[in-house]
Design a protein around this ligand. Structure first.
Ligand SMILES: [Zn+2]
Length: 348
């Protein structure tokens, strides 16, 4: 307190010009503090060429610090090429939006609280989820890993309007029990979960997984000294035994008790109940959104997994981590790209 008292005395002795200079310095310091709080940190490498030889290069029109790469001479700010790079809204609004997104708030609510239109709220949601999905591509699992696929009815929602080329490939389902789709006409969601909790989940395509689809999902995904547990799926058996050196143990999905289906096989610590439980949690999570378009299913899976993986961390601040992530370079996607996404993601 004594420090600031003597500082105020000093300030009172200054003239207008000197005071204006000092006020600029203070405003700049406060802005930097806000950015640190909301996740946009000083860039360490150039987002274009990865060069670490950076220099400060004045301010942009909003007073944000610009940097220049001494390698490729491009200039940028800490949020260039990120989800928020073309947004005219402040990071604090994005942070509020992320809190609502993680709470599962509907779009209308997000739009109202953040002062944006419902259409913008929709684009923000999918821009953020796209970035989270991209992050999942590098996830590696280890230890005892359970894997199993689940099947989700295909929803062509979001493909009809404004599309000159989309033709509904099947008759529309009527309300009620009309949806008797067989596995072959459902979307295959491959899931894998470590015993300590790290999770992977992705739509591989329509119908049962092929070797090419499994190769996309599991090439370099699981460390070679891990043990993989699955049901007696022949495609999973064929892939792991012929294309990897990972130990695979296949268990019965159902034991037979007195001629009827019983619970899944358990061999000591070897079971696939963790992944079956994961399927259950994914289904109840998706139910909250009242029928997710298959086109965007990977986005919602990424959100679910991000939250799940964060629950295992000691320092659990998912909204701050999401903000940190979406202000990183190379997470940007143009809103027009969503219209071009295929109705059913197909990895191979
Ligand atoms: Zn560069």
């Amino acid at each position: 307190m004594r420090k600031s008292h003597s500082l105020i005395n000093t300030l009172e002795s200054l003239d207008g010009n000197e005071l204006r200079k000092i006020s600029d310095i203070i405003l700049n310091m406060l802005q930097n503090m806000d950015c640190e709080e909301t996740g946009a940190s000083t860039p360490e490498v150039c987002p274009k060429c990865n060069c670490s030889n950076l220099a400060k290069f004045g301010k942009d029109k909003h007073g944000k610090q610009r940097y220049r790469c001494n390698g490729c001479h491009s200039t940028f700010i800490s949020t260039s090429f990120s989800v928020v790079s073309y947004s005219r809204f402040d990071l604090t609004i994005w942070k509020r939006y992320i809190e609502l997104l993680l709470m599962g708030a509907p779009l209308a609510k997000c739009a109202e609280v953040c002062g944006i239109s419902v259409k913008t709220a929709f684009h923000w949601r999918h821009k953020i989820l796209y970035a989270l999905q991209k992050d999942q591509n590098n996830r590696v699992l280890a230890g005892i890993v359970e894997l199993d696929e689940m099947y989700v009815p295909i929803s062509y929602k979001g493909n009809h309007s404004k599309s000159s080329h989309f033709v509904m490939p099947r008759k529309a389902y009527k309300r009620g029990s009309d949806n008797k789709a067989q596995i072959g006409s459902k979307a295959c969601v491959m899931c894998a979960i470590e015993r300590n909790g790290q999770t992977y989940g992705e739509v591989l395509g329509k119908g049962q997984p092929t070797t090419a689809m499994l190769s996309h999902a599991f090439n370099n995904r699981i460390l070679t000294d891990s043990i993989v547990l699955s049901d007696k799926s022949s495609s999973i058996g064929y892939y792991f035994n012929n294309f990897t050196t990972i130990e695979l143990i296949q268990l019965e999905a159902h034991t037979v008790v007195k001629g009827k289906y019983g619970p899944p096989e358990v061999r000591g610590a070897m079971h696939i109940q963790t992944v079956n439980n994961l399927h259950y949690r994914i289904r109840s999570f998706l139910r909250r959104y009242n029928g997710v378009a298959t086109k965007y299913l990977n986005h919602y899976l990424a959100l679910f997994i991000w939250v799940e993986n964060h629950n295992t961390l000691e320092d659990n601040t998912p909204e701050k981590d999401v903000l940190n992530h979406i202000t990183q370079a190379n997470t940007h996607i143009n809103r027009n790209s969503f219209a071009l996404m295929p109705p059913i993601p197909q990895v191979a």
